[in-house]
Design a protein around this ligand. Structure first.
Ligand SMILES: CC(C)(COP(=O)(O)OP(=O)(O)OC[C@H]1O[C@@H](n2cnc3c(N)ncnc32)[C@H](O)[C@@H]1OP(=O)(O)O)[C@@H](O)C(=O)NCCC(=O)NCCS
Length: 155
């Protein structure tokens, strides 16, 4: 089946779905507090994108736009997306869902930076990402990988 990537809504239903993911933490808790305090509207768009199987969210990622003035990676300096929290539920892995989410992020046309966690390097390389030479002051323990659209290079 073709996988449909959707922009997730910030609401209590989405937050309930997030509990199934291993990486459930401070970001989700702060979304919950914001919803409870009515700081954000129910159904406002979140930085999360995901894939559903029927009613169930089975894969997700978040994308944060970083403005050019804070870009430490690309030449020329420009807006880029930081991809985080990519996770496919265990029983759905190996079927192209992770690829579908990353390809969606690429289709937005901006460079992408991610932090490849332990063991995921081959996945990122397969999807056309390049490891960045580690810079302790900039990368602070991360393992950054980037994807470069045409005309963009590493600084
Ligand atoms: C890493 C992860 C997102 C991959 O998702 P997935 O849906 O299983 O991956 P896909 O099926 O889309 O795989 C895309 C390609 O990458 C390859 N691949 C996937 N995981 C791989 C791995 N750990 N090592 C090597 N290759 C891998 C697949 O074989 C596939 O190649 P193909 O298209 O030539 O067949 C998923 O395993 C996951 O959620 N892991 C736990 C959380 C995590 O590690 N997140 C990413 C770290 S930042």
């Amino acid at each position: 089946m073709p996988f449909q990537v959707e922009r997730l809504k910030t609401n209590f239903k989405t937050l309930e779905e997030f509990k199934k993911f291993r990486e459930y933490g401070l970001q989700e808790l702060s979304m919950l507090e914001d919803l409870q305090a009515n700081l954000i509207e129910n159904d406002s768009e979140s930085p999360f994108y995901g894939i559903y199987d029927g009613d169930a969210l089975v894969a997700r990622m978040s994308l944060y736009l970083t403005p050019a003035k804070y870009d430490p990676y690309f030449e020329p300096p420009q807006d880029f997306n930081e991809l985080m929290k990519l996770e496919v539920l265990p029983q759905y892995r190996g079927r192209g869902l992770g690829r579908a989410l990353v390809e969606y992020a690429k289709s937005l046309g901006l460079p992408i930076k991610t932090n490849a966690r332990l063991g995921s390097d081959p996945f990122w390389k397969k999807l056309g990402f390049t490891p960045v030479k580690y810079d302790a002051a900039r990368d602070r323990g991360e393992n950054p990988y980037v994807w470069l659209p045409p005309g963009v290079s590493l600084r």
